[in-house]
Design a protein around this ligand. Sequence first.
Ligand SMILES: [Zn+2]
Length: 59
Amino acid sequence: MDAKPAAICAACNRVLNEGRSAIYDSLFDRYFCDNACWSDWYAENWAEYKRKYVSREDL
Ligand SMILES: [Zn+2]
C-alpha cells in the first residue's frame, strides 16, 4: 500500500488517504475525518454555516 495522502484533518492532523471520504469545509478549504472532528475545530457549529459550506467529499 502506498496510497498517497490526499488531505490532512485540520482538527486532529490525521492523514486522509485517497479513496476514502472526508468532511470538506469549502469556506476555509479544510478537510476533516468526520463530523466530530469538524465540530471540534469549528466550535460554534452553526447549522446554517454547515449547510452552506460543509459537505462529505470523496478524496
Ligand atoms: Zn480528524
